[in-house]
Design a protein around this ligand. Structure first.
Ligand SMILES: Cc1ncc(COP(=O)(O)O)c(C=O)c1O
Length: 383
């Protein structure tokens, strides 16, 4: 029987590491989770209470394909209050996590054969989803010289005016690096001049350590902004995200969303309205990430890991492990077996240089991070 080439996309390796960690846990052995980019906290209590009320009081049927109006209005208010930007609720589309937003955006903005630039290292699913849709992912290599963000010269080298799209996350995964506001403006000008659709992955906004974030929607009405309740709002499994769309993509995205998803999960939508009023609890999570980040930046060098990407935001340390290995996948497997610390090999984020890098997520508890550092120091002293 025939099976399609589209399904032959690479795995999302972090999910495979999660599986290995779950197998270890099932056999009764403990795991310190540094592999997955997910808060170790539940959704904030305001969201859980709102979900309980919705369970009792609402039909929880399908919603409009673009989401319930109360949530879209609340997201619009967030743009005004947090960024000082007026965004009409009509331009907001609620999605099944930001993952669905990528699919909808790529389908609505690009045709097969179009070229979309993404950063390397970068979030693997961009490359893999584009590949499944027969859209060419053009990799822009980034490194320490430009703080792991692209320069205009690197965009020229990637094809410049031949590109149809450019997708950047700031703060980024796996590096945590951020675009400064002047850099973002420069890139947006570049995209406008070359008719390149800019897609801004803002999923790690509000998780920063001293740097400020600026939303692309403040500067460019043609940009697509993608965000999610997964990270700052600590709601990964609720599968809810949103987009701020340019006018010309509203109806195409709506038609695609109707046909592909009908609607995002109704219960999650009703509950998420409360998320924007939970900043005390959520900012306490960010304070914990900040403590964990300080701890790792101080303790990992004692284990011999001292070359990192900037970690300006998000909750990752992307470490160069070249002095220990050029096979990060085997290294992470052994680390899990011998220390119980799960981390993600750089191969997930960078098919060229990733084998000499490991991403450590510090979204876990203070205690787990401290214990992981201790175990890594002992283990790496022997490797
Ligand atoms: C940069 C980035 N974008 C998007 C996602 C997808 O998140 P979700 O579908 O849960 O919104 C992730 C998840 O780790 C991510 O790191």
């Amino acid at each position: 029987m025939k099976i399609s080439q589209r399904g032959a996309i690479p795995p999302f390796i972090v999910m495979d590491v999660m599986k290995a960690a779950a197998d270890r846990e099932a056999s009764g052995e403990g795991v310190l989770h540094m592999e997955v980019g997910q808060p170790s906290t539940p959704a904030p209590s305001g969201v859980i209470n709102a979900a309980k009320q919705a369970l009792d009081g609402d039909l929880l049927g399908y919603t409009l394909a673009t989401g319930i109006l109360t949530l879209r209005e609340r997201i619009a208010r967030h743009y005004l209050e947090y960024y000082g930007v007026t965004v009409p609720a009509e331009r907001i589309c609620v999605t099944t996590g930001s993952s669905a937003a990528f699919l909808l955006t790529f389908l609505a903005a690009f045709d097969p054969g179009d070229k979309v630039a993404i950063l390397r290292p970068g979030y693997p699913c961009y490359r893999n989803i584009l590949g499944a849709l027969d859209i060419e992912a053009v990799e822009v290599p980034v490194g320490p010289d430009s703080r792991f963000q692209p320069t205009l010269e690197s965009l020229d080298a990637a094809g410049g005016g031949d590109l149809d799209g450019l997708l950047i996350a700031s703060p980024a995964n796996p590096t945590g690096s951020m675009l400064r506001e002047d850099e973002l403006r420069g890139i947006l000008d570049y995209c406008r001049n070359h008719q390149i659709r800019y897609i801004s992955d803002e999923i790690y906004h509000q998780i920063t350590y001293g740097e400020t974030t600026s939303t692309a929607v403040a500067h460019d009405a043609d940009a697509v902004v993608i965000n999610s309740f997964s990270k700052y709002y600590s709601m990964t499994g609720w599968r809810l995200g949103w987009m701020v769309l340019p006018e010309d993509m509203l109806r195409p995205v709506e038609r695609l969303a109707q046909n592909l998803f009908i609607s995002a999960p109704s219960l999650a939508q009703h509950a998420a309205v409360a998320a924007f009023d939970c900043s005390v609890e959520l900012d306490a999570n960010v304070a914990r990430y900040a403590r964990n980040r300080e701890l790792l930046l101080a303790e990992l060098p004692k284990a011999g890991l001292d070359k990192f990407a900037p970690a300006d935001g998000a909750f990752y340390i992307y470490a160069d492990v070249r002095t220990f290995t050029n096979d990060a996948q085997a290294f992470c497997r052994q680390m899990l077996e011998q220390t119980g610390v799960a981390a993600t090999p750089g191969n997930d984020f960078d098919p060229v240089d990733g084998a000499s890098h490991v991403r450590f997520s510090f979204a876990g508890s203070d205690e787990d991070m401290a214990e992981a550092c201790r175990r890594l120091q002992v283990w790496l002293a022997k490797v």
